[in-house]
Design a protein around this ligand. Structure first.
Ligand code: PMP
Length: 376
């Protein structure tokens, strides 16, 4: 099989699985227990926490909350900050291309009386710093902008955005970093809080973290025994935390090497697709090489994705449903693409195990499928 769907999930690394299993078998104590067995589990947990913060270079400034993944991290931070700090202002800024775990929380908060501004993106798929600058005001308590878009790979200028937000002392800058961790060089130190999932970086599903500046105290989503400094109650998944810290460590250590490898595969496919008259590229060369998005000009994306799947090649087409119930990409719509393009996009997403040979097989198979597929 050829797995070009690594933005949806990745194969767990053997070392990560081993660390998980060993911890689960040997150190299954509850880290809140006061006996020696519990204390040992707690030691592993705190070692994982420290390692994670160190790998992002924020050990002195941020705290780590272990939770189930980016969806929970985004929900917790957005809602938690909105609830805790609403007396400072009820205005939230985000982009119009965020993942549903940010977008839908914002929509809920709107129903609860918050003012949410969905900043437009440019044709390349990211918010211009000027757009953010013009929208900021003293009532804004939260800005949430993703680092790398999960559909197109568009990269937001994090450093400039952080500078703009920090001119307003009441506003926090949150970043959904799910598609950026281990891939892009992000100024983590400048960001007040960032979320990600383990399974996108060869960790395990159900693991993830939020790193947040220590002075920020969002209201918790879960009330209970007060674990994770009261921010996320529930017995902590120590093996999950250990595996996550290891996945992050490996991803950071191999970041540049993996980047160069993936870029070569991306460039091969980019060259092929940019010369293909059946295709229009939606990603840009300034974006992440891990994600390559294009639209089919005459064929139905769902039909082509299914045909590829039949031949053992796994890629993604956008599945969010429009009000009419038919899949359409709100991300591509926001970038000003036509309805046809927004309904017929395909995303290829790579990782370090992807090969040039796989790229060539994809090209041949794709060509054959296009030739035998009827126009839409
Ligand atoms: N944010 C982004 C940018 C993502 O790509 C994803 C996963 N598709 C998520 C958040 C949610 O991650 P999870 O499903 O692991 O909670």
């Amino acid at each position: 099989m050829i797995f070009f769907d690594n933005a949806s999930t990745t194969l767990p690394a053997p070392e990560v699985l081993k660390a998980y299993t060993e911890t689960a078998q040997n150190d299954y104590g509850n880290p809140s227990s006061t006996h020696a067995f519990g204390r040992e589990a707690n030691r592993l947990l705190e070692t994982a926490r420290h390692s994670l913060a160190e790998d992002f270079g924020v050990a002195k400034t941020h705290r780590v909350v272990f939770l189930s993944g980016a969806t929970e991290a985004n929900n917790f931070f957005l809602r938690g900050v909105a609830m805790r700090y609403q007396n400072r202002g009820k205005r939230i800024l985000t982009s119009n291309v965020e993942h549903p775990s940010v977008r839908n929380v914002c929509q809920e908060l709107e129903k609860e009386g918050f003012e949410v501004v969905y900043l437009p993106v440019n044709a390349k798929g990211f918010v211009e710093p000027k757009t953010l600058e013009e929208a900021m005001d003293s009532k804004t308590i939260l800005v949430s902008i993703m680092a790398v878009n999960n559909e197109t790979g568009a990269i937001s200028p994090m450093e400039e955005m952080a500078k703009i937000v920090h001119r307003y002392p009441k506003a926090y800058f949150h970043v959904d970093a799910t598609q950026a961790v281990g891939k892009e060089n992000i100024p983590w130190q400048d960001i007040d809080a960032f979320s990600f999932s383990g399974h996108k970086i060869h960790g395990l599903k159900g693991t993830g973290a939020l790193l947040l500046r220590s002075s920020i105290m969002p209201s918790p989503l879960h009330i209970g025994g007060g674990q994770e400094g009261g921010l996320r109650s529930g017995t902590v998944d120590v093996p999950g935390a250990v595996s996550l810290a290891l996945a992050v460590h490996i991803a950071h250590r191999k970041r540049q090497e993996n980047f160069a490898h993936v870029k070569a595969i991306h460039d091969e496919l980019w060259n092929y697709l940019s010369q293909n008259p059946e295709v229009r590229l939606n990603s840009t060369l300034e974006g992440s090489p891990y994600i390559l998005n294009f639209s089919l000009l005459h064929k139905k994306a769902s039909v082509v994705v299914e045909a590829l799947s039949h031949d053992g090649i796994y890629v993604s087409s956008v599945s969010a449903c429009s009000s009419k119930g038919e899949p359409i990409s709100y991300v591509l719509e926001a970038m000003g693409k036509s309805e046809g393009d927004a309904r017929n996009s395909i995303r290829l997403s790579f990782d370090a195990s992807s090969t040039l040979e796989e790229a060539k097989i994809f090209e041949q198979t794709f060509q054959t499928i296009l030739e035998r597929t009827v126009n839409r």
